[in-house]
Design a protein around this ligand. Structure first.
Ligand code: NAP
Ligand code: GLV
Length: 309
């Protein structure tokens, strides 16, 4: 039972140790030292070269090292009948909630303005609103959005979420589907994107979405760059329709030198680090899923290939 392992992130030692503790029979092969491709039954990958995964005739499951699988789904040669499993693991969820809380508080407490004032040695108080009057909207109320929403409710924010199907989360106003999108945007002073990137959600944050937000709203995008039409975002920021943005993900990564986001006074840039998968907890989830798969039980994080997430 061989598992192929390819990562752009160096957490190999930790995966190896925990996987072998939990699945001692596992024959771990690190790409490109794959041996006989016929041996490979499972693949643990982040961004494999396009067409690579079709070269393993006995592949039984593909595990994404991240929550998103858009980088796999965009491979036209991805084997059609092999289950794809996205990463659901407590470290990733906790990390994303930290990032969302940090960013929401940053905008809620006008830290961008205070940082600019401090640079100008300016002592000026900005009128603060209480958290329960700040309306936070989370696009995507799945594993990550749901956890962040719960934490924001704990901080007393007025929280709503938008998803494909209705949700019942304590203290969170639920909007769903195409009909729910505009009313959801209309009440989002701080908008957080935690959607998967699919043909339906690509470019969803465009000029019309920004125009539907309350004037001066803030955007936090911790999902994928492809959700945002970058030119529309820049125009909305420059006109003041949008007050600020925290961006962790971009159309092109790394964000090219000279891109207007780097120097924009209303934009904060982080290098796709909102949440990372941790070695131990990730390996544990993969080992558990392999056990489930072999027992014929449902795997956690199994992707619905028709929905693309
Ligand atoms: P998830 O559990 O699959 O949740 C996805 C949510 O989006 C669900 O609530 C789903 O609605 C909703 N959704 C999907 N398509 C929709 C549509 N067309 N209209 C309305 N709602 C829609 O995913 P997750 O684990 O929370 O992860 C979300 C994304 O975060 C990942 O795909 C990845 O791109 C991103 N991410 C980024 C980082 C980073 O470091 N920046 C780290 C981890 C993840 P239903 O509940 O009705 O299905
Ligand atoms: C990171 O971007 C992930 O999808 O986990």
């Amino acid at each position: 039972m061989a598992l192929l392992f390819k990562s752009d992130i160096d957490r190999g030692d930790s995966w190896r140790r925990v996987l072998l503790e939990l699945e001692p029979g596992l024959d771990l092969r690190e790409w490109p030292e794959i041996g006989d491709p016929n041996d490979i039954e499972y693949a643990l990958v982040w961004k494999p070269p396009q067409g690579e995964l079709k070269t393993y005739p006995n592949l039984k499951a593909i595990f994404s090292l991240g929550a998103g699988i858009d980088h796999l789904a965009s491979d036209p040669e991805l084997p059609k009948d092999v289950p794809v499993v996205r990463m659901v693991e407590p470290g990733l969820t906790a990390g994303m909630t930290e990032f969302v809380i940090m960013s929401v508080l940053y905008h809620h407490r006008f830290m961008l303005d205070y940082a600019a004032q401090a640079r100008a040695h300016q002592w000026r108080e900005i009128d603060q609103v209480p958290a329960w009057e700040r309306r936070v909207g989370i696009m995507g109320l799945g594993v990550l959005g749901g956890d962040a929403a719960e934490a924001l409710v704990g901080l007393r924010f007025d929280v709503a979420g938008w998803s494909g199907s209705p949700k019942n989360l304590p203290g969170v106003t639920s909007f769903h589907g195409a009909d729910g999108f505009l009313p959801f945007l209309n009440r989002s002073d701080i908008l957080v994107c935690l959607l998967p990137l699919t043909p339906e959600t690509e470019g969803i944050l465009d000029a019309s979405a920004f125009a539907a937000l309350p004037s001066g709203a803030a955007l936090i995008n911790a999902a994928r760059g492809g959700h945002v039409v970058e030119a529309d975002l820049l125009a909305a920021l420059d006109s003041g329709a949008l007050g600020a943005a925290t961006l962790d993900v971009f159309d092109t990564e790394p964000l090219p030198q000279g891109h207007p986001f780097w120097a924009h006074p209303r934009v904060r840039v982080t290098p796709h680090v909102a949440a990372i998968t941790y070695g131990d907890t990730t390996a544990r989830e993969i080992a558990l899923n392999i056990k489930r798969f072999r027992a014929g039980a449902p795997m956690s994080g199994l992707v619905d290939r028709r929905r693309h997430y």
